[in-house]
Design a protein around this ligand. Structure first.
Ligand code: NAD
Ligand code: HSO
Ligand code: ZN
Length: 437
């Protein structure tokens, strides 16, 4: 079977075809998924833990009496996770921390007029709910990507939900990663029911102020729906099926490019990978490499499905490739170019950018230090990836002295009169009169 049927010449397409091509396979969440998720949220809202048990049995094949991971399971996890993996996770966590520390929101103060000081103060969000996927593959790296910034921000409490395995336990590496981030409240819950539990609270799960983390269509749709309910919770971003877009020139290494495309295609059948190049020979070589590498991947059936909905596009010039990429706004953008940094200013919308032949996207997934929880589905046009700031709120503060209101009060009066809001006008005028007395 041809691994990649979607070979396209951009210049031969009309505008409608281009628009259609840039749509994600999972973009239109089916009405069925929306309805299923709404039903799950209602069930958890109404019946709490009893609903969680029934839903876990239905979707994950287990109905634990207690969702919380206890001390014995944490201890068992510590004993079964290989030392090599623990050491790698510690090193990754250190680099993630080093990068994220500089991204903390900082307080500041500005005297905007004599006697008027405006400030921004920073607070950590109180209780946060973290979701670590484990449906198709458990992702302990995601526990680090969520837990490290939550700890840096100083959140009072962090809960973590991850789907149970068939035997009712949690993935041991996810537990070790959680512990490395100082998280001890871990619940074996997956899918939309986990999101509902953290958003609404149940007898055993505390209600969270904000939910974080990636997931499949059910998780992503549940986050969207709880963020719109008055009794729900805030969310970080739409972080759904993984995507990568590669812009490659004639000098790119075809084997590297194919490996990068496959590394995102293997996440799930609804992942999407896109290659743009101005060089037909490079496109041929990458296609051959895909065919060569694919059979050796244990998850080749998944990757094959993702590739069937992916694109390999010939463009007339690299400049056109950047126009297309900005329109598509990929989660990950790899610039397999000879002078990638020179092109960086052309990037307007992307979750995370990887410069040059020696920066595979997998480095960012695990251990370069950047966060791998990133906006998908084109959300990168206006939404940023996860950082410490996502776990913080800022509050503006202002203080005016009598000489301050004397300085700017007249400005407020003119504007209040223009808006016809007399009470506003009076609140200022009354004080102005006192300062003048
Ligand atoms: N954008 C990002 O930052 C980012 C990062 C990492 C992973 N991801 C993506 O996260 C996703 C992880 O998905 P996953 O499925 O492996 O794990 P998951 O943990 O998101 O989902 C598994 C859960 O889905 C629920 N579920 C399964 N079938 C269902 C059904 N028919 N109805 C209702 N609920 C159902 C089950 O309860 C199960 O526990 C992948 O698409 C991956 O690409 C994205
Ligand atoms: N590429 C994923 C985000 O789209 C993150 C991840 C975790 N593990 C491997 N990859
Ligand atoms: Zn990945």
């Amino acid at each position: 079977m041809n691994a990649w049927p979607n070979r396209i010449d951009w210049s031969a397409l009309d505008e409608a075809e281009r628009e259609r091509l840039l749509r994600r396979p999972a973009q239109a969440v089916s009405a069925q998924v929306q309805a299923d998720v709404a039903g799950i949220l209602d069930q958890v809202r109404a019946h709490g833990d009893a609903a969680l048990r029934a839903l876990s049995l239905r979707f994950d094949g287990v109905a634990p009496e207690d969702f919380a991971v206890g001390p014995e399971e944490f201890a068992e996890a510590e004993s079964v996770v290989p030392l090599e993996l623990r050491v790698a996770m510690i090193a990754a966590a250190q680099r993630i921390e080093a990068f994220h520390e500089d991204g903390m929101q900082a307080p500041y103060a500005v005297e905007t007029a004599p006697g008027v000081v405006c400030e921004r103060v920073v607070r950590a969000i109180g209780r946060v709910g973290l979701y670590v996927p484990a449906g198709s593959a458990p992702l302990p790296s995601t526990a680090l990507m969520l837990g490290v910034p939550a700890r840096l921000a100083g959140c009072r409490e962090a809960l973590l939900c991850t789907p149970p395995r068939r035997d009712g336990t949690a993935d041991p590496a996810v537990l070790v990663a959680a512990k490395l981030c100082g998280i001890s409240r871990v619940y074996k819950l997956g899918g939309a029911q986990a999101i509902a539990a953290m958003a609404f609270g149940t007898g055993s799960i505390a209600r969270c102020d904000k939910l974080f983390g990636p997931g499949n269509a059910f998780v992503t749709e549940a986050k969207r729906q709880v963020s719109m309910r008055a009794d729900g919770a805030a969310i970080d971003m739409p972080a759904g099926p993984s995507e990568v877009l590669v812009i490659a020139d004639a000098g790119a290494n075809a084997a590297f490019v194919a490996a990068d495309l496959l590394s995102q295609a293997e996440h799930g059948p609804d992942s999407q990978v896109v290659l743009l190049s101005d060089d037909a020979a490079l496109l041929d070589a990458v296609e051959a490499q895909l065919q060569a590498q694919l059979p050796h991947l244990p998850r080749n059936a998944i990757a094959r499905q993702a590739l069937a909905e992916s694109r390999l596009i010939r463009v007339d010039a690299l400049d056109t490739a950047f126009d297309i990429s900005n329109r598509y706004a990929p989660e990950h953008l790899i610039l397999a170019l000879r002078d990638p940094r020179a092109w960086l200013d052309r990037v307007q919308a992307a979750g995370s950018v990887f410069l040059g032949d020696w920066t595979p996207e997998a480095l960012g997934d695990y251990c370069s230090g950047t966060n791998h929880v990133l906006p998908t589905g084109g959300a990168a046009r206006a939404v940023s990836g996860l950082g410490v700031a996502s776990f913080q709120t800022t509050i503006s503060v202002q203080a005016a002295q009598p000489r301050g209101i004397a300085a700017i009060g007249p400005c407020a009066i003119v504007m209040a009169e223009a808006e016809g809001l007399d009470a506003h006008r009076n609140a200022v005028a009354m004080r102005l009169a006192e300062t003048a007395a």
